[in-house]
Design a protein around this ligand. Structure first.
Ligand code: TRP
Length: 432
């Protein structure tokens, strides 16, 4: 029995779903601390350049493949009649988002815990210590990881249109409202000017090889590339919707959100005299403390701001985790003939188990992150540029992109620039 493939209701819905996948912990949690560690605005400039020259072309490769075949990753490779090697690589891209999902939902779980704490008791002076003692305990993080995965499963279970599309259509505008409100609050704090300057004035003397690599890697991670998410979502796009507009729209929303998140985090960090380069735990350890301590006389305001902040993180993480889960679900439904319910259950159970290990062991957590960010995403991205740039007929790619005279430039970037840069990043990362 062949059921009709579901599609997003409109081009706007497709952009919102992809932007939802792109906007996530990477924007709120990773971007501000990377800016902090790498010297501010100079990093942002390099980030924007790598978005245009590397990440958007890869995005287009994935989208062209998915929209053309109307299938998920492995289905696409089969439909295009590619060899065994490609099929193995495609199988990897089904596994990668599940590995990401397992540790991503652990961090998502922390945010759930902070949100609940904000609502129930608020953050006192000991907010920083709370993070440390919470993440090193056993049951709390496990419970929150489970809750986060169940929320993800509930949305994906609803299907492409009434689950994923509907959730993103409500969440994305809500996320922007929340983060703009928080940034406004943060910028108006006494002493925040230093943080704004930090984000806006480029200091190119701080640019080293490592900074450039981090910026490229971050733009890649932030657009959810290399693991078949964009490919799978594009396979739910209708023929008439523009791929180029979707790619550009997703990148613009993603960048805007990351920048506003930077303005929500950095001024507050500076206003309270905290070191901006304090790494991945920046938002968890410092922000509740910042929000709790700053508005002193107005505890309700700081309480509301911290709740809004953690609510934004939970929702942003959910719109991404949903897209990770959908890759595997699409595979099981399309290629293995499973029902959606069963497919969701199978994948959620396996990622839950791996996630529990990540939650209990920092080493397993980092190993998963390292494996995916440094290897699997790279191989996946290379595979997609290879398929769209070299294996598919040029006329088909041109037809899918439908971008008139710009095609020559875009196609050149997809075929040469993007894969060459991926190899450069990969090799340099291995060496240094
Ligand atoms: N882009 C997401 C974020 O910024 C994270 C992410 C990386 C992702 N790879 C992905 C999401 C693959 C979905 C699928 O948080």
């Amino acid at each position: 029995m062949k059921t009709q493939r579901e599609h997003f209701g409109s081009g706007t819905a497709a952009v919102m779903a992809m932007a939802g996948s792109a906007i996530g912990l990477g924007n709120i949690w990773r971007f501000p601390y990377m800016v902090g560690e790498n010297g501010g605005a100079a990093f942002i400039v390099v980030y924007m350049l790598s978005m245009v020259f590397i990440s958007i072309p890869i995005f287009l490769c994935e989208a062209v493949i998915g929209r053309h075949t109307q299938m998920g990753t492995i289905g696409s490779v089969e439909k295009l009649g590619l060899g065994r090697g490609s099929k193995w690589m495609a199988a990897l891209t089904v596994i990668s988002p599940l590995i990401i999902l397992s540790y991503y939902s652990v961090v998502g779980g922390w945010s759930v815990a902070f949100l609940v704490k904000g609502v129930v008791s608020g953050f006192g002076v000991g907010a920083g210590e709370y993070f440390g003692s919470f993440t090193s305990s056993v049951w709390g993080p496990l419970l929150c990881h489970t809750v986060f995965l169940l929320l993800t499963a509930g949305i994906v279970f609803g299907g492409v249109k009434s689950g994923i599309e509907r959730f993103n259509k409500i969440s994305l505008p809500a996320l922007f409202v929340l983060i703009i409100a928080i940034a406004t609050y943060s910028i108006t704090l006494p002493g925040a000017g230093e943080g704004v300057r930090y984000l806006l004035v480029p200091d190119f003397s701080k640019l080293e090889g490592k900074t450039v690599l981090s910026a490229m890697g971050q733009s890649f991670f932030s657009l959810s590339l290399g693991v078949g998410t964009i490919l799978t979502y594009a396979s739910y796009m209708k023929k008439g919707d523009s791929i180029l507009r979707t790619g550009a729209g997703t990148a613009v929303f993603d960048l805007l959100f990351a920048l506003i998140a930077g303005f929500a985090v950095m001024p507050a960090v500076f206003a309270s005299g905290i070191e901006p380069g304090s790494g991945p735990t920046l938002i968890y350890e410092t922000l509740p403390h910042v929000f709790a301590g700053l508005s002193g006389s107005l505890p309700t305001v700081s309480r509301v701001v911290s709740i809004a902040f953690f609510l934004a993180i939970v929702v942003a993480a959910l719109t991404s985790s949903v897209s990770m889960l959908e890759v595997g679900v699409a595979y099981l439904v399309e290629q293995r003939g499973m029902t959606r319910t069963k497919a969701v259950a199978v994948i959620v159970l396996s990622t839950w188990a791996l996630g529990c290990l990540c939650s209990l062991s920092g080493r397993i957590f980092s190993a998963c992150d390292h494996l995916v960010s440094n290897y699997l995403m790279t191989f996946g991205a290379l595979l997609f540029t290879f398929i769209a740039g070299w294996k598919m007929k040029k006329s088909i790619v041109q037809d899918e992109l439908a971008c008139g005279p710009m095609f020559k430039v875009v196609y050149f970037m997809m075929r040469f620039i993007a894969p060459a840069m991926i190899v450069v990043i990969f090799v340099t990362n291995l060496i240094i």
